[in-house]
Write a new protein. Structure first.
Length: 132
């Protein structure tokens, strides 16, 4: 192979590598089609530190469970003139109902539940489709 051919081959290889890099960086994200909302009311005797541990532990489930597409959470806002029914909300999205079921049957979620449910007064789980 002569020197000119090697130069062209190098240029083509660089463009191919660049193309693969760009494709990987801009490949479409997983699309969420299902959503699951956990509303949690803590017992009055539950300390703030326990609530914070609960929030951090639930957030860690996203890293431990690949079925979760997206996760967000927060404390509820009191409606005017009424008390809150729940203290915190966890919002998760999944690709399928099977992923939701697998998440609830997963070892990390079962461990989280066992470690935290003693502090819960009430929990509401809402499963729904995401309208496109």
């Amino acid at each position: 192979m002569n020197r000119k051919s090697k130069g062209y081959l190098l240029i083509v290889a660089v463009f191919c590598a660049f193309g693969l890099f760009i494709y990987g960086a801009y490949s479409p994200a997983r699309k969420a089609l299902k959503q699951q909302i956990f509303c949690v009311k803590f017992k009055n005797s539950t300390e703030k530190e326990a609530v914070e541990r609960h929030m951090h532990a639930f957030a860690a489930l996203k890293r431990e469970t690949k079925a979760i597409v997206n996760y967000s959470a927060g404390r509820t806002i009191e409606p005017a003139g009424r008390s809150n029914s729940y203290d915190v909300v966890h919002y998760l999205t999944f690709q399928s109902e099977e992923d939701m079921k697998n998440f609830q049957q997963s070892a990390p979620f079962k461990t989280f539940k066992a470690e935290n449910e003693a502090a819960w007064e009430n929990i509401l789980v809402i499963n729904a489709d995401i309208q496109q």
